[in-house]
Design a protein around this ligand. Sequence first.
Ligand code: DGT
Ligand code: CA
Ligand code: CA
Length: 575
Amino acid sequence: MPVHNADIATIFEEIADLLEIENANPFRVRAYRNAARQLQGMGVPAADMVAKGEDLTELPGIGDDLAAKIKEIVETGQCQFLEKLRKKTPPTITELLKIPGLGPKRVRTLYHELDVHTIEQLARAARDGRIRALPGFGEKTEATILEAISAHVEKQARFKLAVAAQYAEPFRKYLETIPGVKQVVLAGSYRRSRETVGDIDILVTATDAEKVMDRFVAYDEVKDVMARGPTRATVMLKSRMQVDVRVVDKDCFGAALQYFTGSKAHNIEIRRLAQERKLKISEYGVFKGEKRIAGDTEESVYRAVGLPWVPPELRENRGEIEAARAGKLPKLVEFADLRGDLHAHTKATDGHNTLREMAEAARERGFEYIAVTEHSRRLTVAHGLDPQRLRKQMNEIDRLNGELKNITILKGIEVDILEDGRLDLPDDVLSELDLVVGAVHSKFHLSRAKQTDRILRAMDHPHFTILAHPTGRLLDSREPYDVDMLRIIRQARSRGCFLELNAYPDRLDLIDVYCQMARDEEVLVAISSDAHGTRDFDNLIYGVGQARRGWLEKKDVLNTRPLKLLKPLLKRTIS
Ligand code: DGT
Ligand code: CA
Ligand code: CA
């Protein structure tokens, strides 16, 4: 059974969590977290590398010890070290860390003082009022914990799109090898590129549905078969991802695809349109009385209700039906439209590859430019740059630009926006750069007014170019900070600045509705990889997905511009 990168990453995350709860050395914890992140962002399965006998220590952040563990996991499906840790501390305890407000220290206290090591026990202890009495807790914390638990229970079942892809794509390939199978399409929220996916919906056309069902439930990653009929089945994978599959007739394929792509809200509107025309619409087709008038393709379904085909990413009932009717659907940006990347790190700070390696990898992807934007000095955990080290890097960039053909390295920085809106580096050094990407990395809990003000002030700065990950949210672990996005977007327009859509699978922020807002206000969005290694450029595809959900066209995206047109845009026209 193949071991996915995501599985190894999950093991390393659990080790890191357990070590942290044990109060282990923070560097050790960080090593496991970095390795997990590396694995998740990697295009190549580590299992393949092991099978080919490739040297895992070549991977950034993987030393001998971690390489041995990866090999062990690939070969045995287990990690002895983790098993040892689990014997010392109940493994369910890591779930508690997912409750916002509970860090390792508090989890430790809850475990030692109240013997709490599951979410259920935590909820019970909170309801009984036993938590407020613990040192460092209190009544308010107790109430917050209870609220956080219910939010967590609702959220936990969803997978990040990039993680879902790691399970869904091999499954799709497996289904495609079944004899008699013609088409296999992943529908549902996955097809709409939602940032998280609840379950995977697969549609198959085939000559023999029964045979497809036999093979579907026999996939070796299937843990439980939850339902099974002649043409449909639901299974639970070992990864705890649920998969629905339906075998449909090729004459119904378009109708089924339209139906199971959703969203539900979009489909309800489409059904209403059909009713206005005295038509009936279902997963089997569009019917006038008993007669089927459409359904073999999605286009035919939309045509039957008087609309052009609507791209899946737009199907959220957020104005796409009106736009389609008016012939005003956007021509959405595509991955191939990107001409470069405007946010990347190297070994000089917390990246894993050298400047040259990053530039060459960008060139291999067909990019014309890449901006190197290291962290600034305030971010000490990432070994941020001070003016002296930044100038040293600028010299190196000049040298490399003289040498490398067909790729231009732009000089940038990901500068910290300090609490009062000042930037973490002096003007004179910022003025020497091609672009300044500003980011909030601290004080996430300021009030809405203060947080907004802080960012507006940073943008007032004459050298500020792009606001990185504008709300700071991390899908699993951090709520967005509270800001007035419309004011920020309008400030960007008046200051000639831009907003970033960070393509890291945990971030994908700007979120879709804010992309739409930026587009309405005519502020360009940079789709950026925030690459910490050469493989991270793969994540740009998720950034493009989110941008498409936000209605962005090629013209709305900053880094679709060729270098010649980009350069004048980076120079602030208004300051
Ligand atoms: P998810 O799985 O929570 O990320 O979201 P979806 O959108 O994939 O939802 P899911 O898996 O429950 O259903 C797949 C699609 O099937 C959904 O987008 C639209 C369609 N669908 C499901 N239930 C209904 C329904 O009751 N009415 C209509 N019109 N469509 C439905
Ligand atoms: Ca689904
Ligand atoms: Ca489903």
